[in-house]
Design a protein. Structure first.
Length: 170
């Protein structure tokens, strides 16, 4: 009985296994990353800052350009108890926010940089299949330079209201 040299079989098997493993890893990565990107959660890490609202401190991610502001908290699973997202604008504006792609309720603090000018509490996520035209828009009563999104109930739990002082350590 004639046998093939083990080295030839081993090399061919190793090459085939390597190609199959690489293809499997690429397929898994493509599925994972495409799902994250479509859910709005595969974003580069954002700058984090400390924010003081009245005497209470929290950590906030900073969204200070159009792309980061557009993505916001959409697609995220949750927000920590003393965490938030701080939206920064170059000059005072009256922005409109919606809850497209949100998975949890939030409080929205509308800020002029030094104080709270308005509070929108316990904002409910929009339906996942809602058309843009059907989405409710949330706006402040006055122009703002910053918007701080927090876990629902944070503002009530900490007694935040119009006029509450704000300090951003940036």
């Amino acid at each position: 009985m004639r046998r093939k040299p083990i080295g030839v079989i081993g090399t061919a098997a190793l090459a085939t296994a390597s190609v199959l493993a690489a293809a499997a890893i690429a397929a898994v990565a493509a599925v994972m990353f495409s799902g994250l990107a479509s859910a709005g959660t595969f974003n580069p890490p954002l700058e984090r800052v400390d924010v003081r609202v009245g005497p209470h401190r929290l950590a906030a991610e900073v969204a200070d350009n159009a792309q980061e502001r557009r993505a916001g908290l959409s697609g995220r699973q949750r927000l920590g108890r003393d965490e938030g997202m701080l939206f920064v604008f170059d000059s005072p504006v009256t922005p409109a926010f919606w809850m497209k792609g949100m998975r949890f309720r939030i409080d929205i603090l509308w800020l002029d940089g030094r104080r709270v000018v308005d509070v929108t509490r316990n904002v409910t996520p929009a339906s996942w299949d809602a058309d843009d035209a059907e989405l409710r828009l949330y706006r402040p009563r006055a122009p703002v330079t910053h918007v701080l999104e927090l876990r629902a109930g944070w503002a009530k739990r900490h007694g935040v209201r119009r006029g509450t002082s704000v300090a951003i350590d940036r």
